[in-house]
Ligand binder design. Structure first.
Ligand code: FPP
Length: 247
């Protein structure tokens, strides 16, 4: 798409109705690489470049929360070299971009069980969280060793424990309160969920939080996902009527 068309598209966005929380399932890195006779890891490398671009565009659009699915609880089933490469890319991303992230007032958060990640990844992630903790701009929420079912089960266990300790009464448990037992406790639910690469499923992502989220699917692979695709998703989102179960 040429620059003029991108600008035209951007102008169609109603800046007063930007989705507060956008979540993205970054998919299609492997297929992107395969089509180019490249190793899957090259797809992930290109995928990181799109992370950098989209974080910048999202910040400029004043999106308040951006959640990115970087590594799921199921991704451990992948070949060892692919897992290692993904971990390395994450470390590299944080090392290279943390200063810029900090200067852009972005706050890094994560969701998922970090304890199972290699120590080097954990250290870099913890450093990024600590450095950006007082930033007040966009929250960049990275899902790492994350699974929606795991998150819900974990939440149930914590609730049971609090009931057992007398901190919580069973009759006080409701949907809103349960949200406080999830990784996203300090965030609103996603308004818009984007999944590129042509797959039409959730893949265990934010299962509880997407109850009333608007979904936007696209056939482009994540390494080809450009600012115009984010604009298209937002324009489409802004055309929808959200009723949250009402009429
Ligand atoms: C899915 O594509 C993508 C992943 C499992 C990894 C996503 C990770 C990144 C883009 C890089 C690291 C992230 C950050 C935040 C720096 P796939 O491999 O399943 O693609 P396929 O379905 O075509 O095989």
């Amino acid at each position: 798409m040429n620059t003029d068309k991108i600008l035209q598209l951007k102008k169609k966005i109603d800046l007063n109705r930007i989705p507060k929380h956008v979540a993205i399932i970054m998919d299609g890195n492997g297929r992107w690489a395969k089509e180019r006779f490249l190793p899957r890891t090259s797809g992930h490398q290109e995928g990181v470049k799109r992370v950098v671009d989209i974080v910048e565009v999202a910040t400029k659009l004043n999106i308040k929360y951006l959640s990115l699915y970087a590594f799921s609880t199921e991704n451990w089933k992948r070949p060892k070299n692919e897992i290692e490469s993904l971990m390395k890319l994450l470390v590299q991303y944080l090392r290279e971009k943390l200063d810029k992230i900090y200067k852009n007032n972005i706050k890094i958060q994560t969701m998922g069980d970090l304890s199972k990640l290699p120590i080097i990844v954990r250290k870099e992630v913890e450093k990024a969280i600590k450095k950006t903790i007082n930033n007040s701009g966009m929250v960049l929420n990275i899902a790492l060793n994350y699974g929606g079912r795991d998150e819900i089960i974990c939440g149930i266990k914590k609730i049971l424990e609090d009931v057992r300790l007398g901190k919580l009464k069973e009759e006080d448990i409701d949907g809103e309160m349960f949200s406080n037992y999830l990784y996203t406790q300090n965030m609103p639910d996603p308004d818009l969920l984007i999944r590129p690469s042509g797959e039409l499923r959730l893949s265990n992502f934010m299962l509880y939080q997407v109850a009333y989220t608007e979904f936007w699917f696209s056939d482009v692979y994540w390494p080809d996902f450009k600012e115009e695709h984010l604009y298209e998703a937002i324009i489409d989102y802004q055309k929808r009527k959200r009723r949250f179960g009402g009429i």
